[in-house]
Design a protein. Sequence first.
Length: 580
Amino acid sequence: MVQMGPLRDQRNNILAAQHIDGPPFALPWRSFAAFVSSRIEDPALADHVFLTYYDDDKGVHRRYTYRVFGDQVRRVASFLYDGLGVRRGDRIATVLFNHDHTVLIYFAAWALGAVIVPINVEEPTERKRYILEHSEATTVFCWTDYLDEVIALQRELPALKEVVAVGDLSTASGGARSLTQALGSALPFLLSKLEPAGREGALGDEALIVYTSGTTGPPKGVVLSARHLLLDADAIAEWHGFGHADRLMCVLPIHHVNGTVVTLLTPFYCGAGTVLMRKFKAGTWWRHVGEEHITCVSVVPTLLEFLIEADEDVAGYDLSGFRGVICGAGPLLKETAARFEDRFKFPIRHGYGLSETTCYSSFLPDDLSPGEHRRWLTGYEFPSIGVPIKHNEMAILDGTGQAVQPMIRGEICIRGRTVCDGYLKRPDANDAAFRAGWFRSGDEGFSVVDSRGRAFFFISGRLKELIIRGGVNISPLEIDDVLRRHPGVKFAMAVPFENRYYGEEVAVYIVTQDGIPAPSESELLDFCRSHLPFARRPKVVVFGQDVPYTATGKPKRLALKTTLATALRRYRDIQFKEGS
């Protein structure tokens, strides 16, 4: 009984962060299976195309109407339930990528009340092993190229019973089963309905465990229920006015909540369509937007930079229905936002959220005038991430949990119905993140109140990524933004390094533009001199070739800091002075 007190308190803290003021809201379905059935059995949607899949490298192009998609989901659910013995609460890992079969596996598992644990195929073997072991996954769906690696891991993991091959092979090696065979015509529909008789699922069932990047330690498993997924889809669809006529395009990896929630679940929720791309390619992006009559695409700032750099002439494409891009999941620079909108004339629907809040928690309002929209994107030190959307509340709090005044920096905190159920088997992380009735994001930010009394929020950086020079917090994003304005700079990332005089000083990692003379260190330092005060200016420039991003487009600043630490150690005892 002594041990139960802290666990009970922790659960209460999570429940408090999931509370939101106002009238209650209830989804109309008892389970995810009931939700899926409401769509695939709707006569108005039967012949409406839900999923279109492209793999440009292999020339693959497949379409699924809602009716056909439902048939395929039932077929996979039959394979899971009767072929593999998957039951409610079982955890199914996927070592896959953007593929139509991946989507079928997700929906079939959720319909059975099972849990998806997505793993990026590019993760190192040890990290795959950690996630499989920590999540206690019983089944893995694995792309054939990684089959040997996963089967080798299976020998070390007693809980992992089944490995299923996904790919173009008709048979699988190493004793693994094959999803291709399961989708073949010989497999009977053993489940006439998505919920097997006698097994009633619930929206509170775990549905998705997403492991965070874990740059400063082992990754943490964020636990999301079916209710979380549908509530955020509800909020996103309502905010942007998505409906049957909309077609979204998914270019972000669906092992991450952005790709999954925004461009898979949200279109399905509102009866729209989605186009799933195997990979993002700047050279074909606009063509697909035009040919598929896309109305919105979810991107990260990195992809905007690639599109700006490609500078494609879009005049020959029919973009009459395109209404712009949703952008988040990484720091957007003011310059990037302005350059994209000026070049292509489509708005950026900037927003903010985390895996721990299911996905998006805020967006810039869609009803802003062009002038207001541009002001909130570029008129302050950072682009605004907008105002809270349905099911969410946001605040800027200090270290004691008290709200700070507008324009004062603190921690961005969120509470509401889309806040996760905590971190899997990580009471230490739960204690740190859920406090005073809020989920504490770890992001530094501030707010500005508009003439209508709405608080617009801004993110100024990760609290753990702040450069603390002489006791003063410096946002590295501000330095990134300045250096990206130099014509010879393709990528810039400011990082701290240890310094005897100020604790930390500022260095910057630079990747130069191709095709033009590369700027020197002294040229870049001189450029910063006219844009930044001395305390915030980089003192050292490190040139490199690789752009350090995660698979979801987030800069790996902490990892880069560690990588450069040895090279920057020789500057530890130098006192940098103005004019020197």
